[in-house]
Design a binder for this molecule. Structure first.
Ligand code: PLP
Length: 479
């Protein structure tokens, strides 16, 4: 399996190279040359596999044996998806499921993705990346400086995945004062010498722009062995594909049934994995994109206009991990939508990179969006409070603010009389965003043992100006 850049001007590479490279040299994102295609019979063979067996069955379709020997891949996966690492389940569910499914109401389900060490779905992919990075670096006798931007959850997931990993430093940019106290504490309380928290005076999009800027400086990138683990990294997408299959098998009885999935979205990484699962033949009917007040994606799916906003026009909301107004992985979906024409993709993203917008409403492409299952909704703070309250009162489930955005969108698109499962992805546990959860239900959400005093631990971070050169200097002097 070879990987191509969406912008068509970078060399084709194999899986392990996409992991280390992150962004392609032409500024594009890597996608497999073709998606593997699974029949109903193939799906039935996967149906009863354990999480790690399923992960292996799926990932090996994307990874050549002469790139990463499949025996090694199997070991990496078995080491990653254990009930000990994903142990923070709600209400004593069996954590060996890794992503357990809860029935909420008739045909309505919650897929828990947030049982890993940082209590958000990003652990699922990041724990895998941590192990596979260490494996590859050891094999190639190399070191890597991971540079990333976080709105809260990516950073902690990356850092917890890289603690103690040989040959790896993490330089993580975060927007100062814009994360929840719990998120901040999770990251800044790490004292490990290979972890550098860089606090930027700006928004997540500023952090992400700096990371993109550094990654586009090929000389700097090569001299300093810069790698990425942000959600453009193909390794994360492929690890996320697995739980769409798992959620499908847990909510259906036979592989000719269809389901709908709702995904709280920001950078479009999670739902991009849903899109890829669907392209592989997983019977997903609707893919519901849930956004908060930062609704550029909802706007695109409603109007055909994709108009990213600047950080000044990005709201600071109570679902902060979705406060994103330029969705990196969206480029992957648009590439498929425009029939994988890299010249056209380049001209669209030339506009985006210049701070402009594009409009597909008058092209044949926009009409095809629904062929890909996509639909969308956005929500407000009041909606989040409402759905946190509703889920608690009616179903005795406490959900976080991002998952509440998900339920708002799911209910917009859910028709119980159709008897089609609607699976809402839980992207974080409520304790991560306890302020808003308490505002809604007047009680503290439960917190896993061992994390009760995390906000009181000493914190360490480095304040750097919102300036790409200063970030480069910091990396050079600390790596
Ligand atoms: C990262 C994150 C999201 C958004 O996911 P994307 O892959 O960026 O679309 C939603 N909810 C939570 C809790 C997150 O951490």
């Amino acid at each position: 399996m070879k990987y191509i850049s969406t912008r068509g001007q970078a060399p084709k590479i194999n899986f392990s190279e996409t992991l280390i490279t992150g962004l392609a040299s032409d500024g594009g994102l890597y996608l497999p040359e073709n998606y593997p295609n699974l029949s109903t019979d193939n799906l039935e063979e996967f149906r009863n596999l354990s999480y790690s067996d399923l992960a292996f069955a799926i990932m090996k379709l994307f990874i050549d044996d002469d790139d990463i020997p499949h025996d090694d891949l199997r070991n990496i996966i078995n080491k990653t998806y254990t009930k000990e690492i994903f142990s923070y389940t709600r209400d004593n569910q069996d954590s060996s499921d890794i992503t357990p499914l809860t029935k909420v109401d008739n045909h309505l389900y919650l897929l828990s993705l947030s049982n890993g060490p940082t209590l958000a779905f990003k652990d699922i992919a990041m724990q895998f990346l941590g192990n596979i990075f260490e494996y590859l670096l050891h094999k190639k006798n190399k070191t890597l400086n991971i540079l990333g931007a976080t709105s809260g959850d990516t950073g902690s997931a990356a850092e917890y995945a890289m603690i103690g990993k040989k040959g790896v430093n993490v330089f993580m940019l975060s927007p100062r004062g814009k994360m929840s106290p719990f998120q901040t504490a999770q990251m800044y309380s790490l004292q490990d010498n290979n972890i550098f928290n860089i606090s930027i005076d700006g928004f997540f999009d500023d952090c992400q722009d700096i990371v993109k800027g550094v990654s586009n400086d090929l000389d700097f990138k090569n001299q300093n062995q810069i790698g990425a683990v942000n959600s453009i990294n193909w390794g994360r997408i492929i690890a996320q594909v697995v739980y769409y299959f798992k959620g499908y098998f847990s909510s259906t009885n036979a592989s000719n049934e269809v389901i709908d999935v709702t995904v709280p979205s920001g950078n479009f990484g999670n739902i991009c994995a849903g899109h890829i699962s669907r392209m592989m033949g997983l019977p997903i009917r609707k893919l519901v994109v849930a956004t908060n007040e930062n609704n550029v994606l909802d706007e695109f799916f409603k109007t055909g206009v994709y108009k990213p906003r600047t950080s000044d026009d990005t709201y600071h909301t109570s679902s902060p991990s979705m406060d994103i107004s330029k969705a990196s992985n969206f480029e992957r979906f648009i590439f498929d939508l425009i029939e994988r024409n890299p010249d056209e993709l380049r001209s669209l993203w030339k506009k985006i990179d210049q701070g402009e917008s594009f409009d597909l409403s008058n092209t044949g492409y926009f009409g095809k969006v629904s062929n890909y299952g996509f639909t969308s909704s956005s929500s407000s703070h009041q909606n989040r409070l409402h759905f946190i309250k509703l889920l608690h009162k009616k179903y005795n489930l406490i959900i976080d603010t991002h998952t509440a955005d998900g339920f708002k969108a799911a209910f917009d698109h859910f028709d119980q009389t159709e008897a089609i499962p609607m699976v809402v992805l839980e992207t974080a546990l409520p304790t991560k965003f306890e302020e808003t959860v308490m505002e809604a239900i007047k009680m503290k959400p439960p917190r896993p043992d061992g994390l009760s005093n995390i906000e009181q631990l000493p914190q360490k971070s480095f304040e750097v100006d919102n300036d790409i050169n200063q970030v480069k200097q910091f990396i050079e002097s600390h790596s």
